[in-house]
Design a protein around this ligand. Sequence first.
Ligand SMILES: [Zn+2]
Length: 407
Amino acid sequence: MTGNMRLPITKSNALLLFAWLSCLSLSSFAQQGAGKKPGYPALTDHPVNVILMIGDGMGLAQISSALYANYNQLNLEQFPVVGFHKSYAHNELVTDSAAGATAFACGKKTYNAAIGVDKDSVPCKTILEESMERGLAAGLIVTSTIVHATPAAFAAHSFSREFYEEIASDMAETQPDLMIGGGKMYFDRRESDDRDIVGELRSKGYTVEDYASSEITDFKWNANKKLIYFTADKQPLSVSAGRDYLALASRLGPHFLEKRSEKGFFLMIEGSQIDWACHANDGKLAIKETLDFNRAIGEVIKYAKENQNTLVVVTADHETGGMALMPGSKAGNVQTAFTTNNHTASLVPVFAFGPGSELFSGIFENTEIYHKIRWALGFGVPSAQTSLSTSSSSAANPDKIPQGGSN
Ligand SMILES: [Zn+2]
């Protein structure tokens, strides 16, 4: 043989090279995203309220299959502005819901499993926390537990998404005006301590209700008090198993929050279980969950049309399943297939309606969702205030690395 030093292109060499290139490019992408000051246009009309709706795992195929299964009609068609975000995490091209939601909540690329903390596990002030500091009301409505990754990233700070009880403690400190979701057991039957956080929240002035004692419409939504409604002890049911509160909560939530502050509100609503259906490669359930989220979008868009001071942004944290619509699909009967039971790194669509919606066209980093919402609300250019100094979190706790999946 000659002295040709060319490395043989074996599969493992190619993978190594790809991994090395991925690391290089991701760190430089992240640097570009992290320090970027938004050069946004002056808005003629700023929203008073922002409703951010996250369909967990809802990529273009999930939207398309729900659209055609629903005979070519979705509420998303009412949104005049459409863009795409790049969902990748700080250190991996494929993100999880924790890093994805932290990007929206804090404007920072972080590592998978991080809850409201940056890549160095330092807590970052979230858009929900800043909104409350500025006198706005704030709420979270989800179809997972309320301590699950997406809602947690807006109202808690944790080294890892798996610390549900610590996240519950953090949320009881943050005290959003409205919380609806499952996970009551992490508040009142805790393994790590004897605290009864349900009782604590009552003594702090919350109305606390749950699925066992009342339906969501059975009690008075007294806007003089903060409200938490637990929809399950642990995870809420799937929509196929009878869960039906998301659209109702999405109708009542904005009306409740508008009474909590005349300065406006920030509300995050998540269709949490689109992701779980896609992890299970269950196309029919994914369509049902997406159509359930579509009903919630319908309620919110109705509110935004009646209250033209409200910006609505609908997006996903990432796509799940590498879903596709297959040949043989018909309107009302869509055939789906999946390439993975995990998340993928496809670009994620963003839909916007209302004052400030023009900021959301084009292709941008997922962290820009945070910056654009702040800009729309008139909070100004980010500065040091996006870093938290409080220590009421489990963020710097690297000796407790949990095991487990990434939903
Ligand atoms: Zn997932």
